[in-house]
Design a protein around this ligand. Sequence first.
Ligand SMILES: [Zn+2]
Ligand SMILES: [Zn+2]
Length: 293
Amino acid sequence: MRVCVNLRNEPTGSSESERPSSVVTKGVPPPDSCNQLQPEKPTSAQVRLKKQIKVKEFLVAEGKGAHGWAARDASGHLSPFNFSRRVPRDGDVTIKVLFCGLCHTDLHVIKNEWGNAMYPLVPGHEIVGVVTGVGPGVTKFKAGDTVGVGYFVDSCRSCESCGKGYESYCPQLVQTSNGVDLLDGATTQGGFSDVLVVSQHYVVRVPESLPPDGAAPLLCAGITVFSPMVQYGLNAPGKHLGVVGLGGLGHLGVKFGKAFGMTVTVISTSPSKREEALDRLGADAFLVSRDPE
Ligand SMILES: [Zn+2]
Ligand SMILES: [Zn+2]
C-alpha cells in the first residue's frame, strides 16, 4: 500500500502504472471494437488487444511494492525510487534481491550515452537473490532457493535463436533494466532494488557453494567470457591462454582459464597490473604490451 501512495505522488506521470497504456494502445483498436472482430483464428490486432486488456487488469491489481535506486536524468546520479513490480503472471518467480553487480553497460544507460534511456531508470542486471514466492506453473524453483537473473528477462520464445537457447540474440529480447515488457509495455526496472518479479525461464539457480556476492558478476560479465571460451574450446587443460587487458572481463578470463587448467598469460599496457594478475588472480605470466622486447 505504501507504494500506491508513492506512485500517486509521482509528479510527471511517468510512473510505471501510467506508462504502459500509452505504449501498448498505439495502433491498437479501442476495446469497444473487440466484438467486431470474431474470426475463428485471432488476428494480430486481436492478440494485441488481448494484451491491452491484460494491461488494464495488471494496472487495477497493483503488484508488489519495490524500493530501488533510479537515474532520473543523464547526470549519473541515482536517487531513491518507489515503484510497483508487476502482478505475478503464470510462471513468474518473486525474488528478494540480495546483491547486484555494476556493469559498464549500466553506466552507459544511466548517462544516456546510447540515447535510449527511459527515465526513471533502475539499473542492474547482475542480480542474485532468494526466491520468496512462486506463481502457478512454476516448476523450476521454490521459496528459499538462491537464484540469479542476468541481462534479459524475456524474449519471443519462438524464433530460431530462442529455440537454440541463444535468447540473447532474439530480436524481441527484453532487457532486465531499461527494456520494454512484451505484454504490458512497461519499462523494466533492474536489480538496484529490493524485489524482482521474473519469468522462471530467465532465472538461473545459484549453487549454495557460491558466495552470492561473488556470484553476481557472473550473471553478465561472467557469461560474456565463459560462453565463448567454451564454444571455441578454450576450456581444455594444458592449452595456453592470453588475456589482453585486465579490466573486468579480463579478471574473469584469468579465473576461468585457471579453473579450466590452462596456462594463462596476462597482457596489459600497465605494469602496475602485474601484482594483481600474478598474485591475486593466479596468472602464470605477465607481459607489458608496450614493452618493445
Ligand atoms: Zn552487463
Ligand atoms: Zn526469440
